[in-house]
Design a protein around this ligand. Structure first.
Ligand code: NAP
Length: 380
């Protein structure tokens, strides 16, 4: 019987987590299974710390579960099953945002985790300019303190909870001092509605100012074998300040899984169609990186996705990737990455092979890139 059914059967869903340590609720009998693709998947027992917040060593990004890169709408009951199965297998860290949908993605996560809410860490993000009544995306950003307060009220309802474990500012608002944002989050923390906070894609000075005002738990930026710039500045800064680091697009939007080839083209509404890293001109060069990953996958009896995630984990103890998937077999595979380890020698060798490949094209469309690395204005 899995962890959720155990709770349901006992009729203790609401209270059990307070009475029984979660480790005793876990079913850990099916230690090693083979998923549909024949790759070993294991139950995830590894934990990591983002600041003082303990999470499973691999988390899960929920963003694609209401629409997969705008090309398909996944079947909602299946998404809920995948999220619940992920929890049964040890995942306790789930990432969403009010902008995903907007709103719809938080609702899927809220429904999926309701019966085991106390045992998991959930994140959401504010900051894009969204009409909080209609859910309509308006141009630009909005981190005005009054807006943050209202945005979080909506999140709590959609996520069916009374607190957000980790609340991120999705992008730095160039019109609002970060001290004011920290002040708004501090009020929410004082009310018990938010437990920790973080920033996504911030400027470095903004991180320092934010952390001085209200200690940050995590920075969430793009980082993977194909985009290593964070190693030069923001990851060292996180290390210096004791802040966790959560890489988004840890599989580079599928590129690092080996499931994209030179012939792959994207529908125009898919962000990859407008991102030159995935263009027909640049794919052949960038796929050289995937060839390296595939070689290591063979060597380690793993899948390319597992090598890509294990590589991220090997960089620093305070790094927790949040791969996204809409497939049960992929979820099982991804958590299996926690069992793949590199010796220092292997890591050096892999890193030098990665370094030797010049990556072509931008990581995001230019109109999106302009929102990254922004410094918040100074407070008068
Ligand atoms: N802070 C930010 O600004 C920001 C921006 C973007 C994303 N994020 C967060 O990052 C999370 C992850 O991003 P993402 O899901 O877009 O990108 P990703 O994790 O880099 O890649 C997901 C893609 O890889 C495929 N995939 C996953 N596991 C696989 C496996 N084992 N084998 C083969 N293919 C696999 C998925 O397809 P299938 O569905 O078919 O498995 C999907 O196409 C999001 O959910 C979101 O929470 C944050």
């Amino acid at each position: 019987m899995n962890r959720r059914n155990l709770l349901k059967t006992a009729g203790l869903a609401t209270f059990a987590s307070a009475l029984v340590p979660s480790s005793l609720l876990a079913s850990r009998t099916d230690e090693e299974k083979k998923n549909k693709e024949g790759v070993k998947s294991v139950v995830l027992s590894g934990k990591r710390k983002l600041g003082n917040l303990e999470v499973s060593a691999i988390g899960m990004g929920v963003q694609n579960m209401h629409r997969k890169y705008t090309s398909t709408v996944p079947y909602r009951p299946d998404m809920i099953k995948i999220l619940q199965a992920a929890y049964d297998k040890g995942v306790t860290f789930f990432d969403t945002a009010e902008a995903y949908g907007p709103f719809e993605n938080e609702k899927i996560l809220g429904e999926a985790i309701q019966s085991f809410r106390s045992d998991v860490v959930i994140t959401s993000k504010f900051g894009w300019n969204i009409d909080l009544e209609t859910g309509q995306r308006l141009p630009g950003l909005n981190s005005k303190p009054e807006h943050i307060k209202k945005a979080v009220e909506g999140m709590l309802k959609r996520l069916r909870t009374d607190r957000i474990d980790l609340l991120y500012q999705h992008r730095v608002d160039p019109e609002v001092p970060i001290e004011d944002v920290a002040g708004a989050v501090k009020n929410l923390i004082d009310e018990g509605k938010v437990l920790n906070w973080g920033l996504s894609e911030p400027g470095l000075q903004t991180v320092r100012r934010a952390h001085a005002e209200l200690p940050l738990t995590a920075i969430q930026n793009e980082y993977s074998m194909i985009w290593r710039e964070p190693e030069t500045d923001i990851i060292p800064l996180c290390e210096e300040l004791g802040i966790g680091f959560v890489p988004w697009w840890p599989l580079a939007c599928q590129l690092l899984t080996g499931n994209i080839d030179e012939q792959t083209r994207f529908v125009t509404s898919d962000i990859r169609a407008n991102t030159s890293r995935y263009s027909p001109e640049n794919l052949p060069q960038n796929l050289k990186l995937v060839d390296v990953i595939k070689t290591w996958a063979k060597e380690k009896n793993a899948s390319p996705a597992q090598i890509s995630l294990a590589w991220l984990q090997a960089q620093k103890q305070f790094i927790v990737p949040i791969p996204g998937t809409t497939q049960m077999a992929h979820m099982e595979q991804n958590i299996g990455a926690d069992n793949i380890k590199f010796t220092a020698e292997e890591l050096n060798s892999l890193n030098s092979q990665i370094d030797a490949i010049e990556i072509k094209g931008l990581r995001l469309p230019e109109f999106v890139l302009q929102f990254s690395k922004v410094e918040a204005p100074l407070k008068n």
